[in-house]
Design a protein around this ligand. Sequence first.
Ligand SMILES: [Zn+2]
Length: 108
Amino acid sequence: MSEVAFDPQSVNCSRCGSGDRLNFVIMPYDDEGPGRVLVYCYRCRRSGHSERIDVSIPLPLVTAELMAACYLHGLTQSDPDTATRIVFGDDPAASETLELIQATKVKP
Ligand SMILES: [Zn+2]
């Protein structure tokens, strides 16, 4: 069971809890400034909130490097501990990603 590299069972849509075609998304809090890291299913990406989605990447394509880059380039200021758990769930990639974010994070 722990041999599975990526376990989608432990990751669900941040809005409705569905596991259908999940994407890593960044939602701006307002029109300016960095957004918040969330995971959205197919239906929620097409709901009334979808026009606010700034970044949307299929979850299987999201790597530790990609997520760290979002922090490095100021796309998000979400709490990295919470964000990595939202995106990777119980997967070991969560702690791996957290370490990378902390290592590459540039202080303002
Ligand atoms: Zn959803």
